[in-house]
Write a protein that binds this ligand. Structure first.
Ligand SMILES: [Zn+2]
Length: 80
C-alpha cells in the first residue's frame, strides 16, 4: 500500500514444497496475499476501489504498475 508519497514493499520468505509423487512444486498460501503473490489483498482492494472512479490507465500510471496488472487486480477484487 502506498503511504503518502512512499511506495511500500514487503519482503518475506514463502515456503515451497515439492510433491514426491508428481514432482510438482507448490507454494504456501498466505492469507494476506491476493491472487497474485506479488500483491497483498489490502493493496488489491485499494486498486479495485480506485478503478471504480478512475480509468485503469490512470491507476496504473499513478501506482507505477502496468495496465494488465491493474486490470487483473481489479478483476480479482470484483470476483471476491
Ligand atoms: Zn503431487
Amino acid at each position: 500500500m502506498p503511504c503518502g508519497p512512499y511506495r511500500i514493499f514487503l519482503e518475506f520468505r514463502v515456503r515451497c514444497v515439492r510433491c514426491k509423487r508428481c514432482k510438482k512444486v507448490k507454494r504456501e498460501r498466505l492469507d494476506f496475499l491476493s491472487d497474485s503473490p506479488f500483491y497483498t489483498k489490502r493493496f488489491a482492494y485499494y486498486v479495485g476501489r480506485r478503478c471504480r472512479n478512475e480509468t485503469v490507465s490512470t491507476v496504473a500510471k499513478e501506482l507505477h504498475l502496468d495496465w494488465d496488472s491493474v486490470k487483473a487486480l481489479d478483476n480479482w477484487t470484483s470476483s471476491t
